[in-house]
Write a protein that binds this ligand. Sequence first.
Ligand code: SIN
Length: 347
Amino acid sequence: MFKKITNLLTAISFFAVTTLFGFSASAQQAPIVIKLSHVVAENTPKGLASLKFKELAEKKLPGKVQVQVFPNSQLFGDAKELEALLLNDVQMINPSLSKFDRYTKKIQVFDLPFIFKDAKAAADFQKSKDGQDLLKSMEDKGLIGLAYWHNGMKHFSANKEFRVPNDIKGLKFRIQASDVYESFMKALGANGQKMAFAEVYQALQTGVVDAQENTYSNMYSQKFHEVQKTIVETNHGILDYMVVVNAKWWNGLPADIKKGLSEALAEATVYNNKIGQEKNDEAKKLIIDSGKAKVVKLTDAQLTEWKKSVAPVYAQFEKDIGVDLIKSAQKHSQAAQPKAEKPATKK
Ligand code: SIN
């Protein structure tokens, strides 16, 4: 009898132990799923860096996280992705800096035309205290910025030959959802039409809009050059991104997961910023080689014509953005002026 009871107790303990451990092992095995949604093609700086982040995160946290990347507006397009993040329908997104102005007016500083001399000046500003503070400026709205990712400088394209603002008067330009760009278009004598990125190719093809502004990488990967006649290298603005997460979700992650994801993101950011320029140079060459759109480099005098138009845009937005923040951003372009541009002294 005693032996029977002992055997029964042993069996019960064995069952309890295996069930308990089996359950906790499988609970440990269920990875945290991170949906990362974006709107561009995979073979772009952001598309490739998103895949790199997946690779690194899953390597650093084996079995603990699974990153699902959805490119090309497959899961959410421009209009919905920020809302979806706040609803935790997606855990990580990396929209362009032009798409946050509903959440912070200060971020409009990045959209001011010709504020950055080149992509390096924008990157230097992003690294500064003011740039880093902007990553944290939407926490009260439930969004945490974790990193800036670069794409590059933007240029104008249109379905006609053009060189200076006078040539584009009255044209309809697709713009991102940015009030600053709407004002910029007005200042140039054109009409800005806010439109989701996924709709641009068709809108250009069917003539719903005549023109657009973007980086070479986006123009090539979306085939905009096939439905545009001229691309004018204006370098009028920066197309960079902010990698953002839902604050509640991020703050609720276990410490080891947060650490692993932060490290993966830091490495993916270095990778993104390394390939940004390369992918844009490569796309420019492919566009030229295709012979479909003419790529035009402006003379200094022509470029001055474009720059002349920006004063009313700055006047309109300086109160919302803050004069000090504008100066802080401009400072990096002044520092980036090459010495050779100083007036030559007579001998
Ligand atoms: C992007 O690069 O994420 C899209 C930019 C755009 O909407 O033009």
